[in-house]
Structure formats: C-alpha cells, structure tokens
Design a protein around this ligand. Structure first.
Ligand SMILES: O=C(O)c1ccccc1NCC(=O)[C@H](O)[C@H](O)COP(=O)(O)O
Length: 263
C-alpha cells in the first residue's frame, strides 16, 4: 500500500467521524481576504505560499517545537502571498486549531492543506477559517474532483488543484481550475524532482485565467529561479522555511523576478 493510499484510508475514517458528529456547520460566509489568484496573476515576482509543516511522511519530524502563529507572522512580514497550514494530525502533526490560530493572526489568504475527499471536510476547513483548499487530482476520480471543486468555489473558497503529470493536468483543465500546482514530489515514492515543473510547464496552456504553481522541494533561490524561468507564478514551500534560522530572509530570497510568461 502506498503512503497516499494509507493517508486516504485515514481520511475516509475521518469523514465518517465528521458525518456522525454532525458538528461541522456549513458556513455561508468567508472571512474577507485577498484573492490568491489575483495576487499571483498581477505579481511580477515569484510569490511564495509558505507552509506550516511540523512533520511529514517523507522526512519524519521537521520542526516539532514550531509555533504556528510565530511562523505565520514571520511569513506575512516577509511578504508571503498565502500561508499553507497542514491540518492532518496523523501523518503531518498538524491540526485545525493551527489553521484557526494562523488565520486569526494574519490577513493574507490561508490554504487548508489536507487530503480532501468529501464536502464535509470543505465545511470543516471553512469553519476553521481557511480561504483556499487543496484538491489533489491523484486522490480523486473525475466526478468527485468536479463535484468538490464546484462545492468549494460555490462557497467562495479558492481551490488549488494539484497535479503531477500531463494526464492530471488535463483533468485540472477540464474543471477550469484557476490555481494549478505541480507537485514535484511523487506522493507514492517521495521522489522529488524539479524537472516535473519544467515538463508540465511545457504543455501548460498559460493564459490570464489560470496560474501555474510549483510545489515541494524548493530549497534555495537557485531552485526558485529555475521554476520561475519555467513559468511558475508561485512556489509552495514547507521544509526549507521550517528549518531556516532566518525565516524572513529565506522567504525573501525566493521572491525572484518572474522569468516565464507574463500575461
Ligand atoms: O511532504 C511529504 O512527505 C508528503 C508525503 C505525502 C503526501 C504529501 C506530502 N507533502 C505535502 C506537500 O505537498 C508539501 O508539504 C508541500 O508541497 C511543501 O513541500 P516541501 O517544501 O518539500 O516541504
């Protein structure tokens, strides 16, 4: 069984639990935050979606003592476009309390980074004050991807649709995703390869209705320049910022000029 399959098994149990508890209220209003899509579309530098990441299946413990609010406020001061908060407990040592604490401490968009397979998790993310959710194409069949995308956008949330190859990109394009992220990490083998971003960028139909984001494995300004010149508008960065002794300087060093297609 791959790690993704294991994670999804746990998520199915969490969904059952959430549906039984009937505690999640379906929120109809969103806290007012800037649109991540508009921020990325208008920017002429590579923007950073910086992640609160204590641990991961591939690296084990990364920063067990990290305080989400301290981390998030440093990210915001350094000009992050968005803060991604891992909310999964079992594999990433995150929580919805982390998400809410971060959302209450900063003004910028907040991404709920979890493995969403059901509407009730979208309600949970919204209740915890997320303004963006993640949908991973590899975790969903076409119909569920479409249904969850429609559900989330209908509630005013933005959706980052994560792909890993050309086939998944075509699935993301079919649902008119605006925020499309290429994960450089293979979620089945953990192998990280920035050439994933370059390969998908070659066939990415750049236009003003969608932005291209490079996710995972960005460790340096050189990595940032590499994916920016492939056409990325933003990078999603966790580990290297969590391990940095100077979070703000590290984040700023990734905000390189956009090298790709400016629309
Ligand atoms: O990070 C992992 O080990 C992992 C394993 C299985 C599924 C997802 C995983 N990570 C989620 C992410 O996408 C990353 O946290 C995010 O892109 C940041 O990556 P990095 O900068 O390499 O920490």
């Amino acid at each position: 069984m791959t790690i993704l399959e294991k994670i999804l098994e746990v998520k199915r149990l969490e969904v059952k639990q959430l549906l039984m508890e009937e505690q999640v209220v379906s929120c109809e209003t969103l806290s007012k935050r800037a649109s991540l899509f508009e921020t990325l579309r208008k920017s002429d530098r590579l923007e950073v979606i910086s992640e609160m990441k204590r641990a991961s299946p591939s690296k084990g413990m990364i920063a067990d003592q990290a305080d989400p609010v301290t981390q998030a406020t440093a990210y915001e001061r350094a000009g992050a476009a968005c803060i991604s908060v891992l909310t999964d407990k079992q594999f990433f040592k995150g929580s919805f309390d982390d998400l809410t604490a971060v959302a209450e401490a900063v003004q910028i968009p907040i991404l709920c980074k979890d493995f969403i397979i059901h509407e009730v998790q979208i309600d949970r993310a919204m209740e915890a004050k997320a303004s963006v959710i993640l949908l991973i194409v590899a975790a969903l069949d076409d119909m569920t991807l479409q249904r969850l995308h429609t559900y989330a956008t209908g509630k005013g949330l933005e959706v980052l649709v994560e792909v890993h190859n050309a086939k998944e990109l075509s699935q993301a394009l079919k649902i008119d995703a605006e925020l499309i992220g290429v994960n450089n990490r293979d979620l089945r083998t953990f192998e990280v390869d920035l050439s994933r971003t370059e390969e998908v960028a070659r066939i990415f139909p750049f236009n003003e209705n969608r932005v291209f984001i490079s996710e995972s494995g960005i460790m340096s300004a050189a990595d940032a320049k590499r994916v920016a010149s492939a056409g990325a508008s933003a990078v999603l960065v966790g580990e290297s910022l969590m391990r940095s002794d100077s979070v703000e300087d590290s984040l700023r060093s990734l905000q390189v000029p956009r090298g790709g297609v400016l629309l």
